[in-house]
Design a binder for this molecule. Sequence first.
Ligand code: SIN
Length: 286
Amino acid sequence: MPISIQKISPAIGAVVEGVDLSDPVPSKVFEALQLAVGEHGVLAFRDQHLTPAQHVAFSRQFGSLETHVISEALLDGYPEIYVISNVVEDGKPKGRPYAGTYWHSDLSYMPVPAMGSMMYALRIPEIGGDTMFANMYLAYETLSSGLQRMLEQLRAVHDFGHADKRFFSQRGAKARLDDTAKKKTPPVEHPVVRIHPTTGRKALFINPGFTSRFVDMTEEESEPLLQYLFQHITQPAFIYRHRWQVNDLVFWDNRCTLHHAIRDYGEDSPRHMHRTTISGDKPIPV
Ligand code: SIN
């Protein structure tokens, strides 16, 4: 069956059919997928039957793999797999529960952020637990030319600990990032607009989870413009909401998208996912 890549929403995402990811994909298919992920931002593959080794092997075709700083959530024997899970067995959590329940781009808090991520669904709540994706090309392209020019001159600070401050501590929850993970992730700076290396398109590269301020400005000074941009970035017309099925593998491009896991299911609804994270390169400024 020839490979088919069909758009899944007007703004972002495509469904790929005709590929079995359990075997190495031929070079022509690999090239098509590499172009398609940059173009569509998100690729969904349904009904894939993958062992952890096959998941890792498919991911490695696109680059070297990251080992997540939250070491207690790595899969035994497969440190390339970050387990996102609310399942607890014999009193022991099987992975990181409710990770990424805010808009973000994976590893934007690292000096070299991730190119892409591949998440494989093993257990899904009967209802809920979707993931939303937003198109950062559209977010940039729909701003006025004056604001585009201004943002192209700016850099922003990204900080893993910022999500704790913004999304958890304020709600009275305990910080989710321990000191070891914090030490491994000091704040970094990136351009606010980056050029995607395969499409050549400009994309906004800030996110509510990890972007704390603009470089050379205080948080207080940065906040009004950041808040305006965050609301602009995440408007409904820029979003695709993926309703997971068991055995879905979703591949997203962190250079031109944001994503947000939705925490609308309870602890009695198991959700268990394996994610690999593909290394990227330093964001190209305009
Ligand atoms: C993440 O990679 O941020 C988690 C996404 C999800 O669990 O849906």
